[in-house]
Design a protein around this ligand. Structure first.
Ligand SMILES: [Mg+2]
Length: 355
């Protein structure tokens, strides 16, 4: 953050775009766009609070009074990688009081399935890093994956949508084989099969091959920084759904711009948000209220550690009702730091954080 300090000092924070004009070039794909994105969100918060208006008003006004979320953040320890283990896991999510209407599960290269399923793919299993595995799947691996998906669908039925976070790690032929195999299950989407979390490029041409070959919706985009890097995905309709994260794409106005451009091209929106915390949650609510009708749902983040709920004031309780969040009308993001409550959680050496 200190890297950006000199560029921000002296600027009027309510001229959000003018400040961003200086900052926007100084970021990159996840995680290197997060500081620029966080500053952008903070500028909107300040501008809204200065004007006495919720951020959604500054973005053009809300088109919906409540926003649908999908379960990304409410997670449980999963006991193994069998079809039953995945079925039990989504059963717990289905029983949650949030009443999620869409549930996402990590599978294949985006989960422990790679390590815990014998003979899953034709390469050695690598540990460490962020989703380091990649390779052609075995027939046994593919059959096991499909069996896990079928078991989850048996639990969720047709009343709760199932989305799968899959990679990165798939080859194009396997991605097509898998997407076709699950076509009868009417999944919400298959996410990040080719590129994705922490991949510093897009590969829109490969996604286009997969998307053209199946009726299962294909999704990507959580790690992508700036509208320019969504251009090929959208203009070539290389995926059916994109999932930018407001805290990685470059902020909420950037996300809104991309959503409008995607809508123009028939591409849908399911923003990412699992690691965004409570400030990010507030930002997601504000921007999602303003998005066009290609909006499906955003990924609901939970705060870790738990004491974050004590130091951010303004969130409703409960936050999610019947799978939706009511859009609040307080100025800015509608949330504030409770400095007094936060002091007790400062670690030794950080006592001057609020000075
Ligand atoms: Mg993901």
């Amino acid at each position: 953050m200190l890297f950006y300090r000199e560029l921000v000092l002296g600027e009027d924070p309510t001229n959000v775009e003018r400040v961003m004009f200086k900052l926007r070039r100084l970021g990159a794909f996840k995680p290197w766009g997060s500081a620029v994105s966080a500053i952008e969100v903070a500028l909107w918060d300040i501008a809204g609070k200065a004007a006495g208006l919720p951020v959604y008003k500054l973005l053009g006004g809300k088109v919906r009074d409540r926003v649908r979320v999908y379960n990304g953040g409410v997670r449980f320890p999963i006991n193994g990688a069998s079809p039953q283990a995945f079925a039990d896991d989504v059963a717990k999510m289905k029983e949650r009081p949030e009443g999620f209407t869409i549930i996402k599960e990590g599978v294949a290269f985006h989960s422990h399935m790679v390590r815990e399923t014998a003979n899953f793919f034709y390469s050695e299993v690598r540990d460490g890093g962020r989703y380091p595995n990649y390779g052609l799947m075995t027939e046994q691996g593919l059959k096991h994956l499909v069996a896990c998906v079928e078991a989850m669908k048996d639990v969720l039925g047709d009343e709760i949508g199932l989305a799968l976070d899959c990679g990165p790690g798939f080859t194009v032929p396997d991605a097509i084989r898998f997407a076709r195999a699950v076509e009868p299950l009417n999944l919400m989407w298959l996410e990040d099969m080719i590129t994705g979390d922490y991949t510093p490029h897009v590969s829109a041409d490969l996604y286009r091959e997969v998307t053209r070959a199946t009726s299962t919706p294909i999704h990507t985009g959580e790690q992508i920084y700036l509208r320019h890097n969504f251009r090929e995905l959208i203009e070539q309709r290389a995926v059916s759904i994109i999932g930018p994260d407001p805290l990685d794409i470059g902020g909420i106005a950037e996300l809104k711009w991309v959503a409008e451009y995607a809508d123009l091209h028939g591409v849908m929106m399911a923003p990412h948000g699992i690691a965004d915390g409570l400030i990010g949650l507030a930002a997601l609510v504000q921007v999602s209220a303003t998005l066009p009708q290609n909006y499906i749902a955003f990924e609901y983040p939970v705060a870790r550690p738990d004491w974050w709920y004590d130091i951010v004031d303004g969130l409703p309780d409960p936050i999610v009702k019947a799978g939706h969040i009511d859009v609040w009308d307080r100025p800015g993001l509608g949330v504030t730091f409770n400095v007094k409550a936060a002091r007790q959680y400062l670690e030794a050496g950080d006592e001057d954080f609020f000075n």
